[in-house]
Design a protein around this ligand. Structure first.
Ligand code: CMX
Length: 462
């Protein structure tokens, strides 16, 4: 039976019989089953590590670090990925080039299925194609938004930033939290992770629909297609946004894979972990993470890069692009702007491999695109300038220096939507970590703070 749910500006269709079929099917059961085997083993490992080596110091913390954003302070445990300053991110031990090679690919595509990243981050294992495909179906089957979220997104001011709209929608989705409901009734601590997993899968499933509604409402005609239960996550996301070019979908797959996780200390991951530690449900925890991602020094940098490139082009005018001219304009912009967006990183000390994956994609699919040529010449010029300026510890480009121009090439030309795409992808890593936080029974996070007065007292009395 075809049930048509009509909302202001939106047409959502759902096949109730298909929904029933997939709700008993089981990307979810398969993933939960595997975690039921893995979690007790890991818990034992952690118990032994703590009992034998719990006293081992991970290093001193200096006053400089306390004032300096806690750079380099090793005080968090995140199972899903580890970031090396020189080598870049490894998801469960795999570098990005390894992952692009090993993860199951979408049918007829050279790019991996982002759903396989969720499986990997949760279990530490590369899933088979059929395991990833079961997750595609699971995500599609849970994609419908509750009516009050549709209403909220249709009534929210269209000029509110898309990230604020997404964060508001995710916060309000906590009406659906199975964790919050079970907790209110009384839930054993050892059971927390199951509900957090269930909520996380629901949220990951619904994010593309919420994001696409925001895109279609703010920038297009407010109409949105139906989710296709036979398609994978990125294919559905692309068509909900209104793109039918297979090149766009492939680029989106790459985008969703490389933005998914960046260990635990970055603002979005750390915030999700911190808020989740208060046993706020996954919706509330991830909405907090999204609010952090919306800052210009973090995820919003992908929007800022495009705005910066526009200013650059205005100053360039009709002049030919030479290294000398590019240098001159970059220096001029540095005088008026605090930072060159897309360059530098709090941990990385070389070019971000996420940048390099996108560069490789562009070299293959859009080598003659003018914006790609511009980004490439900036890559030759900006690091020298930042090095000569002598402030930035890392003069090399990060992920955000490249992503916007890929989106521009395929026709997604609205920069203030870019961080929303980052927000959909980052859910895969932060929510996988949240499941592990609860599986390992990590407590409320509550570090100690000191005042300047207290620090002065400590140094003069030590
Ligand atoms: N352009 C100009 N100056 C820069 C710079 C850049 N791209 N990156 C760092 N600096 C400056 C800092 O502003 C700081 O200056 P002050 O001492 O005057 O405050 C100095 O160099 C030292 O900073 P740092 O130790 O190298 O960098 P941090 O660890 O403090 O910050 C980051 C890292 C990413 C916030 C910073 O490099 C930056 O602002 N980059 C531009 C914004 C950006 O691309 N953010 C996205 C990061 C990736 C992501 O999370 O999505």
């Amino acid at each position: 039976m075809l049930v048509r749910v009509a909302f202001k500006n939106v047409n959502l269709f759902k096949y109730s019989n298909t929904l029933h079929f997939f709700s008993t099917n089981s990307g979810y059961e398969a993933l939960k089953g595997r975690l039921e085997e893995i979690i007790p083993v890991k818990k034992e490992e952690v118990k032994e590590l703590k009992s034998k080596f719990g006293h081992v110091s991970l290093g001193e913390i200096t006053i400089e670090q306390a004032y300096g954003g806690m750079r380099g302070v090793k005080c968090l445990v995140t199972e899903t990925s580890v970031l090396d300053p020189l080598e870049g991110i490894r998801y469960r031990g795999y570098s990005l080039p390894e992952l692009l090679n090993k993860l199951p690919k979408a049918k007829g595509s050279a790019q991996p299925l982002p759903e396989s990243v969720f499986w990997l981050l949760l279990t530490g294992e590369i899933p088979s194609f059929s395991q990833a495909e079961a997750l595609s179906k699971e995500f599609a089957s849970r994609a419908d938004l509750p009516a009050h979220i549709v209403q909220l997104l249709n009534n929210i001011p269209a000029d509110l930033h898309p990230m604020s709209q997404l964060s508001a929608a995710v916060t309000a989705m906590n009406s659906e939290s199975k964790f919050a409901k079970a907790y209110a009734k009384g839930l054993k601590k050892s059971e927390y992770w199951r509900y957090v997993l269930d909520d996380s899968i629901d949220l990951i499933s619904k994010l593309p629909v919420a994001a696409a509604m925001i895109y279609r409402n703010v920038f297009k005609d407010g109409k949105i297609k139906a989710v296709d239960y036979s398609e994978d996550y990125a294919q559905n996301f692309a068509s909900l946004l209104g793109f039918d070019d297979p090149g766009f979908t492939d680029m989106l797959r790459l985008y969703l894979v490389i933005h998914a996780d960046h260990e635990g200390g970055n603002v979005s991951a750390h915030t999700t972990h911190l808020v989740g530690s208060a046993l706020s449900d996954p919706y509330l925890a991830y909405a907090a993470g999204l609010n952090g991602l919306a800052g210009p020094l973090h995820g919003l940098a992908n929007q800022q890069v495009l705005l910066w490139l526009e200013k650059f082009k205005k100053l360039l005018g009709d002049s030919p692009i030479t290294k000398e001219k590019v240098s001159e304009i970059v220096l001029k912009l540095l005088e008026s702007e605090n930072v060159i967006p897309g360059y530098g990183h709090a941990v990385l000390r070389r070019t971000d491999p996420r940048y390099l994956c996108q560069r490789e994609f562009a070299q293959k699919h859009l080598p003659d695109y003018s914006n790609f040529k511009l980004v490439s010449i900036l890559y030759e010029v900006v690091p020298d300038i930042l090095e000569r300026q002598g402030k930035a510890r890392n003069p090399w480009p990060n992920v955000d220096a490249h992503s916007g121009i890929l989106l521009q090439h395929y026709g997604l030309t609205e920069p203030n939507f870019y961080t929303v795409l980052f927000g959909v992808s980052r859910s895969l890593g932060t929510l996988a970590s949240l499941v592990w936080d609860r599986a390992l029974g990590l407590p409320l996070e509550r570090p100690k703070s000191l005042s300047t007065e207290k620090l002065k007292y400590l140094v003069t009395n030590s």
